[in-house]
Design a protein around this ligand. Structure first.
Ligand SMILES: O=c1ccn([C@H]2C[C@H](O)[C@@H](COP(=O)(O)OP(=O)(O)OP(=O)(O)O)O2)c(=O)[nH]1
Length: 150
């Protein structure tokens, strides 16, 4: 059984004709985000842009939202989320933005209402940092970045 949480959403005036994000299948983890742009935008190879999503949300304390790429756009056109996963904080009340980048070889046209990314709601654990002079020993120690081979 999947946990659910209620999130208040405010549709912004420039998004009145667009649907709110929704889960496309019964068990989808992410709600698709739409491009809330007034007119088509051509994203050239290597170019990036902040695409407004047309709404703001109030995430309950203890949760975050993550802006993640859509695999279809990535595999077919090289379009992805530059800062994936984008972090939407529980105390953010501004319009959600999707930072898209074109890693493909061709220009890609983003149209109003196009589903450009997905929003995943996740629980947050906050850390209390306890400063110490030395950390506990482990077999790995400081090994990382390929230390175990390929
Ligand atoms: O993909 C994203 C990432 C962030 N945000 C919004 C919500 C988030 O809560 C806020 C701040 O994001 P982040 O902490 O990643 O940005 P920052 O560069 O550290 O800016 P700030 O100093 O405002 O925290 O911007 C988005 O709309 N989309």
């Amino acid at each position: 059984m999947t946990a659910t949480v209620t999130i208040q959403v405010q549709r912004l005036p420039h998004a009145e004709d667009l649907p709110l994000p929704r889960y496309e299948t019964d068990n989808a983890a992410g709600m698709d985000l739409m491009a809330c742009i007034p007119a088509d935008v051509v994203l050239g190879p290597g170019k990036r842009m902040r695409v407004p999503a047309g709404f703001a949300i109030a995430i309950p304390e203890g949760y975050e939202a993550q802006v993640r790429p859509r695999s279809g756009l990535a595999v077919m056109h090289g379009i992805t989320v530059l800062n994936a996963p984008g972090t939407i904080d529980a105390d953010y009340r501004g319009e959600l933005g999707v930072l898209l980048i074109n890693h493909g070889d061709n220009a890609y046209t983003i149209t109003r209402g196009m589903r450009i990314a997905q929003l995943v709601i996740a629980p947050v654990v906050r850390a209390h940092l306890a400063e110490v002079a030395e950390l506990s020993q482990t077999a790995r120690g400081a090994g990382g970045f390929g230390s175990t081979g390929s």
